[in-house]
Design a protein around this ligand. Structure first.
Ligand code: ZN
Length: 181
């Protein structure tokens, strides 16, 4: 989803205009004609995990839009003042109510079209019991052969899962850098 354009100045509430600021900038920004505040917009980070239990992976069935009812790895927008690892752990706890140990970094997925960077860590589950939060209909473990590939909510999840299972077959987990066109 594209972010909606900024309409009002964050400092004084005046309607902004889109123009290239006069400071050598090269991109159009939302500029306030009253107080001259320039509103810079930057990509958002989404953080999550690949939680595994033996040869199974935990997926969450989404109880929110977009992609209600589709399956995803636990992930969500990073909050202010947290690290990527803390955010990934928080999302895993919130969405799946899982118990786990955070392991290493696994994948970085650029989704430049919507100005997002997704970061996934490996998380080793320490229990196969889950307590999904309000954003999740169901949290369930899947063998690779059981993954509902046509019912995966996001390309970022699909690409990360494909690499997880490919690495698992070789017995060696690499760090992956993925660009989604
Ligand atoms: Zn203003």
């Amino acid at each position: 989803m594209q972010r909606p354009p900024i309409k009002f100045c964050r400092e004084c509430g005046t309607s902004v205009v889109y123009r290239i600021p006069d400071d050598g900038d090269t991109k159009e920004r939302a500029v306030c004609p009253a107080c001259n505040t320039i509103h810079y917009e930057n990509p958002l980070n989404v953080v999550g995990t690949v939680p595994f239990w033996g040869d199974k992976v935990l997926l969450c069935k989404r109880n929110i839009e977009p992609r209600w009812g589709k399956w995803t790895l636990p992930a969500g927008f990073m909050e202010l003042n947290e690290t990527t690892l803390e955010g990934a752990a928080r999302e895993t706890l919130e969405e799946a109510g899982a118990q786990f140990e955070m392991l290493g970094f696994f994948s970085l997925v650029n989704v430049a079209r919507v100005s997002q960077v997704h970061l996934f860590y490996l998380a080793q589950l320490t229990s196969d019991q889950f307590a999904p939060g309000v954003e999740t209909i169901e949290a369930r473990l899947f063998l690779e052969s059981e993954i509902p590939w046509d019912e995966i909510a996001f390309r970022t999840t699909k690409e990360t899962l494909e690499r997880y299972f490919a690495d698992r077959r070789t017995g060696r987990f690499n760090i992956h850098h993925i660009d989604i066109a």
